[in-house]
Ligand binder design. Structure first.
Ligand code: PAF
Length: 284
């Protein structure tokens, strides 16, 4: 596995592979890798001949400085995991490499970044778009892989690829869960033992909410979610929204015709966890 820290060296290596007719798959990450990331890499390796994983904790997407400081980092362990998975290339730049000067670009995603994560983490998706566009320019991958756990991020990155006319195909991959249903996240390792025990309640509540879709109003489902999540005394609901799957518009009514996804953000102590569950699938 080759490790690059500069865009110049990465590009030079990738140009050689591209000229030799290799297909390049890209998995952008912020490190602290877990099975969810590895599932993206496995998909990437299935569909491409060269796999590139970036490890970069992107400061511009953290609206909370403390969150940035606390974000888990474990570069050596990440590299061991990637070697085991036979990853070809790791790109691990310093902040100064990706931001030699301040990035003042403002992206316009319309309503898509005004709801849910966008509303509660101002500037977050602009920061994501800044780094993902820089990484896309550096890697020029045939395909890039993102987890559906970050449901809104995936929709926004699809939009970014469309607006920026990137030739990189965006591939969304299913959420990977712990045995008790908790969605895998690098943040899970920051949970205390008691918050970790309480956290599976998030997915359990989403499943319960899905069962209510045919018989209850959205307001009743939302009230149940808040009650269920918070009744253990360890979790605090930040938001629960049922949105139109593609546009991310909030739905106040659910019908069988409109694809819908429920999204949730919960504080387990100081750790913020997100999850989602498709309620109404796209028609085949
Ligand atoms: O999902 C993530 O880990 C990050 O938001 C990403 C896409 C790597 C950009 O920093």
């Amino acid at each position: 596995m080759k490790v690059f820290t500069t865009i110049k060296d990465l590009k030079a290596a990738l140009d050689t592979y591209r000229s030799a007719g290799e297909s390049i798959g890209f998995v952008p990450t912020m490190g602290a890798l877990h099975e969810g990331h590895l599932s993206l890499l496995r998909k990437c390796k299935e569909q491409n001949t060269i796999s590139v994983v970036s490890i970069f904790v992107n400061p511009t997407q953290f609206n909370d400085k403390q969150d940035l400081t606390n974000y888990p980092r474990n570069f050596n362990k990440d590299c061991d995991l990637l070697i085991e998975e036979a990853c070809d290339i790791v790109f691990a730049p310093e902040v100064t490499e990706m931001y030699p000067q301040e990035d003042t670009r403002q992206f316009d995603f319309g309503q898509m970044d005004q709801v849910m994560e966008g509303k509660h983490r101002p500037g977050h998706f602009n920061g994501v778009a800044q780094i993902v566009s820089k990484l896309f320019d550096a890697v020029e991958a045939h395909r890039a892989y993102f987890g559906q756990k970050d449901f809104q991020q995936l929709a926004i990155i699809r939009k970014l690829a469309e607006l920026g006319k990137y030739s990189t195909e965006i591939i969304g991959c299913p959420i990977v869960r712990e045995a008790d249903g908790l969605a895998m996240s690098s943040r899970n390792m920051l949970l205390s033992a008691e918050h970790r025990n309480a956290a599976p309640r998030i997915y359990q509540t989403l499943q319960k909410a899905k069962q209510m879709v045919r018989s209850h109003a959205v307001s009743e489902i939302t009230a149940m979610v808040k009650r269920e999540v918070e009744s253990c005394g360890l979790l605090r609901l930040e938001y629960f929204e049922i949105v139109q799957t593609d546009s991310l518009q909030t739905l106040s009514e659910i019908t069988a015709e409109i694809p819908a996804t429920a999204c949730i953000a919960v504080f387990a102590g100081k750790v913020r966890l997100i999850d989602n569950l498709e309620f109404i699938p796209h028609k085949k």
